[in-house]
Design a protein around this ligand. Structure first.
Ligand code: AMP
Ligand code: ZN
Length: 484
């Protein structure tokens, strides 16, 4: 299983992780083509990372940031007829789109003539693109291919993985099979590298946030609170015991949104529509004050319509207040359904209030476990106190009200110093850029995947969970020539 060297792993586990600058042959750059097909999004990216050091002829690079995305596109399968992701529809869409998207991406590879002056093509480091009626173009060949290996739908993953293997074999370059959840967790580090300018004060060009940090991954398929202490060391602090938060929001949206809104869209992810419906004037509609105590948080809030939604996991069946480090969303979804079923002609203002209350309770539920995790980590002394950032990613992280609730809640509970990091929306949802970045970090740390690696439907980040641990999945090998 684990083939990355011990020293290499020690480095991965320290502040060096992600900053081991690689000088491959004569180039001070790394280039990867990445493929993401874990669910219903087909996405391809080309990411380049450069060393900021001056070139040997003394001139500084004109390339302005640590990282540059040369290409990033995605195509989402049309699942509107199914009201949810249908595995065959997703597979068909990958089969129809992945090869064409990859072919398009190749034209966006950097040209061989680089802009840093001291780089000359190394034999075998270029690929030649031929287009009908045009002269052939020489492009830089990616140093390796990154691809999502899991977790996700096996058939979808396999389409991407097999395509990536084909490219790696044809180009004679390594393959890096990436854990999709690790990639979500590392996304803010990609964002910081994309924004990191050569002339900034961060001379070490450390990606932000530095390890350790907490991550809340909130998507259509996951609700995870993670502590990430190093590139490959992640501990699950809380996860859902039933449905994912995005799934819950989509179910509530289908019930609460007036039919004229749902009928007018081909989207199946209704979260964005529910947010617009609940808060048509954005933050002007929030009017949010965080509860300062747990008692206040779990008290049912009576609305002017006489109903009050139950906060998730406020009580166990025996009536005892629950303080478990877990999430649960299905109860709230059922409560909303019962309300709407009992009042099929519910007015729009009442529906708006219902949507707001559903958002408030799901987001406070998220926040309460983050608060407990921070309390417990800080009680452990140094280990917890060094957490300075909460990363929030996944599709639900694009919700503006979530940002307000989390910030207010953590401040009210004694954590005003914990910074919140939300990647931009296009990098919050499934995308190949994050796979490219995670592949880059793993590759720089000395890892690559064997060509026999297979798609993994389940692949937890946490070693304590069955099918867990990033390096626990077979087929990792130490990259040839990597200086351990
Ligand atoms: P992902 O699985 O990361 O692609 O995210 C998709 C999920 O995020 C779906 O369940 C969406 O309904 C949800 N989502 C997307 N935008 C929003 C939003 N603005 N508010 C709440 N949920 C959202
Ligand atoms: Zn995802």
């Amino acid at each position: 299983m684990l083939v990355l060297g011990a020293r290499c792993l020690r480095r991965i586990g320290t502040a060096y992780a992600g900053t081991l600058l690689l000088v491959q042959s004569r180039r001070r750059q790394i280039l990867t083509l990445a493929i993401e097909t874990s669910c219903d999004d087909t996405s391809v990216a080309i990411l380049e990372k450069r060393d900021h050091r001056r070139s040997s002829n003394g001139s500084s690079y004109s390339f302005p940031s640590t990282c540059h995305l040369h290409f990033h596109e995605k195509i989402t399968a049309n699942n509107s007829a199914h009201g949810g992701v249908h595995p065959i529809v997703a597979l068909t869409s990958h089969q129809e789109n992945l090869a064409a998207l990859t072919a398009k991406a190749l034209h966006n590879l950097p040209n061989v003539q680089s802009d840093d002056g001291d780089v000359s093509p190394i034999p075998g480091s270029t690929i030649t693109l031929h287009a009908l009626g045009r002269p052939a173009i020489e492009k830089q060949k990616p140093d390796f291919v990154s691809v999502t290996r899991g977790p996700g739908m096996r058939s979808s993953l396999t389409t991407g993985l097999d395509t990536a293997k084909g490219l790696a074999v044809a180009w004679q370059v390594p393959l890096v099979g990436v854990n999709h959840m690790q990639a979500h967790a590392l996304t803010p580090r990609l964002v910081s590298a994309l924004n990191d300018r050569a002339d900034n004060a961060n001379l070490a060009h450390e990606p932000y946030p530095a390890f350790p940090f907490l991550s809340l991954l909130v998507s259509g398929g996951h609700t995870l609170l993670l502590r990430t202490s190093a590139l490959t060391t992640h501990t699950i602090l809380a996860t859902t015991t039933d449905i994912a938060i995005g799934d819950c929001i989509d179910k509530i949206a289908r019930i609460v949104l007036p039919s004229e809104i749902t009928n007018a869209t081909s989207e199946i992810s209704y979260g964005r529509l529910l947010e617009q419906f609940a808060f048509p004037n954005g933050s002007d509609d929030y009017n949010y004050t965080a509860p300062t105590t747990r008692a206040e948080e779990i008290a049912r809030k009576q609305t002017k319509w006489t109903w009050a939604l139950p906060p998730p996991l406020a009580e166990t069946r025996s009536g005892l207040k629950s303080r478990s480090m877990e999430y649960s969303f299905s109860g709230l979804g059922s409560a909303v359904k019962r309300l709407c079923d009992s009042n099929p002609t519910m007015s729009t203002p009442e529906r708006i209030e219902l949507a707001r209350e559903a958002f408030r309770l799901t987001f406070e539920h998220l926040a309460s476990r983050v608060g407990w995790a921070l309390t417990s980590l800080s009680e452990k002394g140094g280990q917890g106190q060094d957490v300075k950032t909460l990363v929030v990613s996944g599709g639900v992280a694009s919700n503006g009200y979530l940002r307000t609730v989390l910030r207010s809640f953590l401040t009210a509970r004694g954590f005003p110093h914990i910074g919140l990091s939300f990647p931009p929306v296009e990098l919050c949802t499934d995308n190949a850029a994050m796979i490219a970045w995670a592949g880059m970090e793993m590759w720089e740390a000395g890892g690559e995947s064997g060509l026999g690696c297979r798609a993994l439907r389940k692949w937890s980040l946490d070693p304590l969970v069955e099918d867990g641990e990033i390096l626990g999945a077979g087929c990792w090998k130490r990259r040839e020539g990597h200086d351990d």
